[in-house]
Write a protein that binds this ligand. Structure first.
Ligand code: F0G
Length: 453
């Protein structure tokens, strides 16, 4: 798992004590989104916009051209994205959700259905804000957290076929690669191909949410027989080629701090998107980004498909999953590549979902080790009353440890493993939580909680 790079610039990380963390976490209403960076030792909240830039990206940033219209940076960005995706119309946007809003507004009518392997939460929100109906149809294998099926990110082709036959008005099929909402699992090329074929047959646009396109491509080369001899770049190109367009947050596999893109082939759709882009993001040659951002993205997109980089990243994630397993904490199997999804429900059977099992483990990781991460359980996905009572729990109580790109070393991951081992030794000491404020919208970001012992 040796990283194919060395460190040239460092940033100190805060080292704090448990008593300090107990105080600040309490003051933050036991919500990790209220913590400040100064209070977090290892930040695994998100792999989005948190990566480290390479020397070449920094140099590219210096070449950034800040011309209002027609900046050279745009053409460098467009050439790289065109070469990667093959789409005829490429628009930069400030981040992934902007691409979602623009594409969905240009493409869909209220009441239409979006089908997907699992929509990411901003994707779902953008669709619902337009009055569309969102339906997740992940493959059956995804239901078993412990099985080692290689492509648990796939869409359920039987359900897709049925839905496309009608009478539903399906406006779009959206495939998220890798499937972030579904345990970070990859999608196979066979599944993409079959879904694409069904969409073409029924005349429904087939769109990729390609935030982690390179990581998906890497896992395809490792797990899908027909692609063993392909490079990740070749697989990525083929995947983009199966779709009619893409939305992508480039804060992940663009390895930049800010950026996104929208690509489509249909010239009429592109015209509508361009209008929305110019009204809300910026002129078509910058779309809400600076020239230096565009240049750093272009360079990041060239670096991200490097097999040695992807091999090391996948190995690091697998290593973290293995550290957790040895500590006695199971995670969704097999390990994906951007994150490890811990099975909090299994570790903390004494905490029922109504006391937010996933949140309890995430909180304990912070209290015990200053490690910040994201709950993916009933606090986020459950049905909850205004007074904070859980009506319908999430299917699983998971905790996502998202790994920023090129940021943490093996010893940081080992520290996470050691912290988990410490928690696992005394699980009965881990308290549950009660909601004291449960906002109806964007709950995880704004919720206030208290401990229940
Ligand atoms: N699609 C997927 C699959 C994502 O994971 C994200 C963001 C987005 C779209 C939205 O992109 O943030 O650039 O607007 N995911 C981050 C995460 C926030 O932590 O998983 P954005």
């Amino acid at each position: 798992m040796m990283e194919p790079y060395r460190i040239k610039v460092v940033e100190p990380i805060p080292i704090t004590t448990r008593s300090y963390r107990e105080r600040v976490y309490g003051e933050a209403w036991y919500n990790q989104f209220n913590l400040t960076a100064d209070d977090v030792t290892i930040d695994l909240l998100s792999d989005s916009g948190t990566g480290a830039l390479s020397a070449e990206q920094q140099a590219a940033g210096m070449r950034g051209d800040e011309t209002y219209a027609g900046a050279r940076s745009f053409f460098r960005f467009r050439d790289v994205v065109e070469d990667l995706t093959g789409y005829s119309h490429i628009f930069p946007v400030h981040q992934g959700r902007a691409a979602e809003r623009i594409l969905f507004t240009a493409l869909l009518k209220p009441g239409q259905i979006s089908l997907g392997n699992t929509h990411f939460d901003t994707t779902r929100a953008n669709l619902e804000l337009l009055g569309c109906v969102v339906r997740d149809i992940p493959c059956q294998e995804a239901k078993n957290l412990d099985s080692d099926d290689p492509f648990k990110g796939d869409i359920d082709l039987v359900a897709l076929k049925k839905a496309l036959k009608g009478p539903d008005d399906v406006g779009i099929v959206l495939m998220t690669i890798t499937n972030n909402g579904g345990g970070g699992q990859p999608v196979s090329m066979a599944n993409l191909k079959a879904a694409s074929k069904l969409c073409r047959k029924h005349g429904v646009p087939f769109i990729l949410d390609a935030a982690r396109f390179a990581e998906n491509a890497w896992l395809v080369t490792q797990r899908e027989e027909a692609f063993r001899d392909h490079t990740p770049l070749e697989v990525a190109r083929l995947a983009f080629g199966l779709a009619d367009g893409c939305v992508a947050s480039l804060k992940k596999d663009g390895i930049v701090h800010m950026g996104g893109m929208l690509g489509v082939n249909d010239p009429e759709l592109a015209k509508r998107c361009e209008l929305l882009l110019m009204a809300t993001e910026g002129f078509r040659t910058y779309g809400g980004l600076s020239g230096r951002d565009l240049d750093m993205i272009a360079q990041g997109l060239l670096e991200v498909t490097d097999p040695e980089y992807l091999r090391a990243r996948a190995a690091a994630t697998e290593y973290l999953a293995e550290c957790a397993r040895q500590a006695g904490v199971d995670s969704v199997r097999p390990a994906g590549i951007h994150a490890v999804y811990l099975n909090a429900g299994r570790l903390l059977p004494h905490i029922p979902p109504s006391r937010f099992t996933g949140h309890a483990l995430a909180s304990e990781l912070y209290l015990a080790g200053g490690i910040r991460c994201a709950e993916l359980g009933s606090l986020y996905l459950g049905e909850i009353t205004e007074s904070g009572e859980l009506i319908t729990p999430a299917p699983f109580e998971l905790v996502r440890l998202a790994i920023p790109r090129r940021v943490y070393t093996k010893s940081h991951l080992e520290y996470v493993g050691e912290t988990l081992a410490e928690i696992a030794k005394n699980v009965e000491k881990v308290p549950g939580y009660r909601l004291v404020e449960a906002p109806a919208i964007l709950r995880p970001f704004r919720a206030r909680l208290e401990q229940v012992r």
